[in-house]
Design a protein around this ligand. Structure first.
Ligand code: HEM
Length: 208
């Protein structure tokens, strides 16, 4: 089944690469001080690479949103209200117990619906909630003069920074869980292969 068009694969490849650079340089900046030896990249280089990767990530994100607005890929991110909670619970039960007992996927992948309910909600949260906050707070740190001076007596830089690192933290946790769930296809590597070739392999052999 052809599920991942070329533009989504290109977006995803750039996104994943920039994200890894942002995590390595972000953590290095966070933990660099004159008494600390725990950092992967020196401070000045971290700042340069973090800024570069953030600009590429932002342009890439605009391409992702535009692509989803003008192509039918955006339809996969629409959440239906009916049976919303029940569907999330059945998918969670499958991840928690069912898959270890060889049960069938409750929401098999189809061309109309490539994400299961849990995938959908986490992708929507990551891409349409956390990502915009991450980018906006990043712009605020890049141009501190455009942010409000004080909010309830707290410095603008502290607030913007806390928002930025919180979103960065959530998205990093998202990425770890995302990579784990991507090993749950027909074989541990089939979903990764799909993101390179564009084709999704059916899961039947894995669950029967
Ligand atoms: C090295 C890091 C990563 C790897 C190996 C990876 C792997 C994958 C794979 C195999 C898929 C296709 C499976 C599926 O979801 O159906 C996928 C889809 C996706 N990934 Fe990742 N991913 C990585 C990082 C990220 C990051 C950092 C984000 C966002 C913060 C992200 C967001 C997404 C989204 C939104 C999709 C669905 C795209 C679509 O079809 O519309 N991924 N990823």
């Amino acid at each position: 089944m052809y599920l991942y068009p070329r533009w989504i694969r290109a977006w995803h490849m750039i996104n994943a690469l920039m994200f890894l650079i942002l995590i390595a340089t972000g953590l290095s900046m966070q933990y660099t001080d004159k008494n600390s030896t725990f950092y992967m990249v020196g401070f000045a280089m971290s700042v340069r690479w973090h800024n570069f990767a953030a600009i590429v990530l932002t342009i890439n994100y605009i391409a992702f949103v535009t692509g989803n607005l003008i192509s039918k890929n955006g339809g996969h991110y629409k959440i239906k209200k009916e049976n919303f909670v029940q569907d999330l619970i059945s998918q969670a039960k499958f991840y928690g117990f069912g898959m270890f007992k060889g049960e069938k996927h409750p929401f098999p992948v189809t061309e109309k619906s490539k994400f299961n309910p849990l995938q959908k909600i986490t992708y929507v949260f990551a891409m349409y909630v956390a990502f915009p906050f991450l980018i906006i707070s990043g712009i605020g740190l890049f141009f501190p003069e455009i942010t409000i001076d004080r909010f309830f007596g707290v410095s603008r830089l502290i607030l913007t920074d806390v928002l930025h690192i919180t979103m960065g933290f959530f998205l990093s946790i998202f990425m770890i869980i995302h990579i784990y769930t991507c090993t749950l296809g027909r074989t541990p590597f089939s979903l990764f292969k799909g993101m390179i070739t564009g084709y999704h392999e059916h899961d039947e052999e894995h669950v029967d």
